[in-house]
Design a protein. Structure first.
Length: 305
């Protein structure tokens, strides 16, 4: 194995999707495959042969599973043809038993699910309007009307879909229709206080992110901050993870914590916790939209910039 093949640290260069002052086009290749010598050489040789210049490279060798995870961003002086690249790369992928995909600069589209709390939605809207979210918010869907003014102030469509035990399946079917109608790439549960059915979780597998108001695993059930306060914890946190049928057990993308003390009341914990939630969710969303997250069983490999 070469020194490059065995590396686990990124080769730091500029992020690919932020350069808008150049006429170049940018793309990303992500892949997983069994570990063996020659993988990185095969990838770099392919990109060079197709006139593509590497601008960012990360890889990770999971020694427990003998699996390589790789993300390589590249630039071209011509318009990218993902279908052509995919077809041309297929023989290399077959040789190394790769599961791979190419991505271009097309901005992913988001559907944001909310209920009554607006701190995460407000933060996502701010980052979207500032151009730092990594994608475009297409619409906001909620089981309550409370956040309509916030969405419409940003000129975002707001769809109210009330959920009752009798309408739950109907609402979920409509949600999937909206995903198709608006060409949604990612569904973001920004404090959406509904449990999704197993069928909906499967339909959105790998393209739905939830923010959990706790540093998982942690205090489950109602009033997690009150539970934490009662236990005298010294840290609170939040967790962004992919949505799965196992409630709050999906692969974790991003987490953060903040120290607290005996002086903090439950209201203080709620205030500080919401601040953690919004920044953790935003980071997780951006990582996903920039193709920096690769699933690794029940875990994730996240190649941060």
């Amino acid at each position: 194995m070469s020194a490059v093949d065995s590396a686990t640290e990124p080769i730091a260069v500029s992020a690919p999707r932020t350069d808008r002052n150049s006429a170049r086009s940018f793309g990303v290749l992500t892949l997983t495959c069994p570990e063996r010598p020659g993988i990185v050489q095969a990838v770099t040789s392919f990109l060079l042969a197709h006139g593509l210049n590497i601008v960012e490279h990360h890889q990770f060798d999971d020694s427990d599973r003998d699996v390589l995870f790789l993300r390589t961003a590249f630039a071209a002086e011509h318009e990218l043809d993902l279908a052509r690249l995919t077809s041309a790369f297929a023989p290399t992928a077959d040789e190394f038993v790769m599961n791979f995909s190419f991505h271009d600069e097309t901005k992913p589209r988001l559907l944001v699910l909310v209920s009554k709390l607006g701190h995460c939605l407000n933060d996502l809207i701010f980052r979207w309007r500032a151009g730092t979210l990594g994608g475009d918010i297409a619409l906001v869907v909620s089981n309550h009307p409370d956040l309509r003014p916030m969405a419409e102030a940003a000129n975002l469509p707001f769809i109210h879909l009330p959920v009752t035990p009798d309408t739950k399946l109907e609402v979920e079917a409509r949600l999937l229709e909206l995903v198709d109608e608006h060409n949604i790439d990612l569904v973001v549960l920004a404090r959406y206080m509904q449990i999704l059915s197993d069928d909906l979780c499967k339909a959105l597998e790998g393209r739905a992110i939830n923010i959990h108001h706790s540093f998982l695993p942690g205090f489950k059930g109602a009033k997690p901050y009150h539970q934490a306060h009662a236990r005298g914890v010294k840290l609170i946190g939040a967790t962004a993870h992919y949505v799965t049928a196992d409630l709050d057990e999906g692969p974790i993308i991003e987490q953060d914590v903040e120290r607290i003390s005996h002086r903090d009341t439950p209201d203080d914990l709620i205030r500080k916790g919401r601040d953690i939630e919004r920044r953790v969710l935003a980071r997780a969303v951006r990582h996903h939209l920039e193709d920096r997250v690769i699933l690794n069983g029940r875990k994730t490999v996240v190649f941060t910039d």
